[in-house]
Design a protein around this ligand. Structure first.
Ligand code: NG6
Ligand code: CA
Length: 516
């Protein structure tokens, strides 16, 4: 209904723009693209395709996201590179596939920087184009030169600045991992000299109570049985890892969205005279889900649903800040997620019990961690008001291509060897073409490749099912081949029925593996 209204508004005669598959021919740009538009990537944590109301689930309401979707391109076949955060973010920021390395898995809070000095990043590319750059919110890409050797009481010697971010205000890893402090320009923000910080992922600090021994101190949220998350206690929540000190620098979980959003808004306002690139990683809706009390009970789905509403609020704040500096028609805003959805990811927050009819994974099988579609098929909305048309694009796209696409847009020639796996897809991302990638590679430990119609998952000895999170991981010792057009739920393995397609996709994957 809504789509038809848009078509009328646009004076378009055919539905093809909205429903076209990857065979649609390029469309002409009919308004002028700003020369150096600001670029904001709002990267949600663990938000599934079905968690944003514009993607069709009637059980949730995300008006700020939907408002952007109504001014831009909403993708139905967009992928994060990986089904968990660190490898997914690494790939987006470097344009290099995580699976070409063996050390990009989920990072501890004291991990060293995953991005290596020789790797040229998307932030450096934007700097080269004359942009001011910032990383705000969830980082989860390691810090410092050596694991466990970060100076949490002084300056962190290697971090966002060295890889191209002029400004940073970050959480080192995840909400459920120590250290539970914000780090601003590589120093702990609001540092409290009376409470020096110590962090360890191997040894508890004598005298510091742990969640596993002191459930009575877990006044805000308790860990789910058998997940872990029962070590250092910070603000009534036990975490992964050990930590001592912090004092007034410790974050309050219910204020995280407010704090990082306020810093994102300040950065936007301070950047009004110069093009800027903002990489804004929300903490929502990763565990522990402790949204601000003003969202409490608002979704009817408990903390997980309330955290989605908080995410949507953050989106609204960012959009408003862009309007306030008069840059609405000069700013590309991207809303996406680092991996698919999960319900119980380690804390007792009633995500399962209060879900009702909501389907975070929409029609897709699996979830976070999975090789099935819900692992990496994430929401993606790209809007440049005044330029992008409100369309739904079925083009196969991947976050790996943001890098080369924005290099093209800003006119930067990438140095030799940079962003090896990234391809220019700017016309697709801005909705001028619905051709998309020939194939998308998905990584969840096991690799998959999809051409938009068919999907191949390589054989694997990995577990088929994760009992803790109740997620089917998509592993099978047999090759798997699904026809996503007829079987979006990946139920019928057709590897015996279509050996040619199996061979074709397998060969694509092998060729990719052998490329570099
Ligand atoms: C897992 C954690 C999970 C979450 C995830 C990282 C356990 C049992 N589970 O190892 O709670 O922190 O790592 O999520 O420890 S991500 O979205 O940042 O990749
Ligand atoms: Ca994540």
């Amino acid at each position: 209904m809504l789509q038809k209204t848009y078509l009328k508004l646009l004076g378009l005669s055919s539905l093809s723009l909205l429903t076209a598959g990857c065979t649609e021919k390029s469309k002409e740009i009919n308004s002028e693209l700003p020369k150096k538009p600001n670029v904001i990537i709002i990267l949600a944590d663990d938000i599934g395709y079905g968690d944003l109301s514009c993607n069709g689930e009637p059980t949730i309401n995300t008006p700020n996201v939907d408002n952007l979707a109504s001014q831009g391109v909403r993708f139905t076949d967009a992928h994060a590179v990986a089904a968990t955060s660190t490898p997914s973010r690494y790939s987006m920021l470097t344009g290099n596939y995580n699976w070409r390395r063996t050390d990009t898995h989920i990072a501890a809070g004291d991990a060293k920087m995953i991005i290596e000095p020789h790797e040229y990043t998307m932030a450096q590319m934007f700097q080269q184009a004359g942009y001011t750059t910032a990383a705000i919110g969830k980082w989860h890409l390691g810090l410092g030169k050596e694991k466990g050797q970060q100076d949490w009481n002084g300056k962190i010697d290697y971090g966002p600045r060295e890889i191209g971010f002029d400004y940073s205000y970050i959480m080192a890893a995840t909400g459920d991992r120590v250290p539970c402090v914000y780090i601003e320009n590589q120093r702990v923000a609001n540092y409290d000299p009376e409470h020096p910080i110590e962090v360890s992922y191997t040894t508890p600090f004598p005298g510091e109570p742990l969640g596993k021994d002191h459930p009575e101190l877990l006044t805000v949220q308790k860990p789910s049985p058998n997940h872990g998350h029962d070590q250092a206690i910070v603000n009534g929540v036990s975490r992964i890892g050990y930590m001592k000190g912090g004092g007034k620098a410790l974050w309050l979980d219910e204020n995280i969205a407010d704090s990082i959003t306020a810093h994102a808004v300040s950065f936007i306002k301070e950047s009004k005279d110069k093009p800027f690139f903002l990489y804004f990683g929300t903490n929502d809706i990763h565990v522990p889900r402790v949204p601000h009390p003003r969202f409490k009970g608002k979704s009817g789905m408990g903390p997980r649903g309330d955290a989605i509403l908080e995410f949507d609020w953050s989106v609204g704040q960012v959009v408003q800040a862009v309007k306030d500096i008069g840059a609405e028609e000069n700013t590309i805003i991207i809303i996406t997620s680092d991996n698919g959805p999960v319900l119980d990811d380690g804390y007792i927050d009633q995500a399962v019990e209060l879900l009702g009819d909501h389907r975070p994974w929409a029609d897709f099988r699996g979830g976070k961690y999975s090789s099935f579609e819900a692992g990496t098929r994430i929401p993606l909305i790209i809007a440049l008001p005044g330029y992008t048309k409100p369309i739904v694009s079925d083009a196969p796209v991947s976050q790996i291509d943001f890098f080369a696409s924005f290099a093209k847009l800003t006119g930067v020639n990438l140095p030799e060897g940079a962003a090896k796996d990234s391809k220019n897809q700017i016309e697709v991302l801005l909705g001028n073409s619905t051709l998309g990638r020939d194939y998308v590679i998905e990584s969840a430990g096991t690799l998959s490749v999809s051409d938009g119609e068919w999907k191949y998952i390589e054989p694997s000895n990995g577990s088929r099912y994760n009992r803790l999170t109740d997620i089917e991981l998509g592993n099978d010792t047999l090759p798997q081949l699904y026809n996503l057009k007829d079987d979006i739920g990946e139920k019928n393995n057709l590897y015996l029925d279509n050996p040619e397609k199996l061979e074709e996709l397998k060969n694509i994957l092998e060729a990719e593996k052998n490329k570099f």
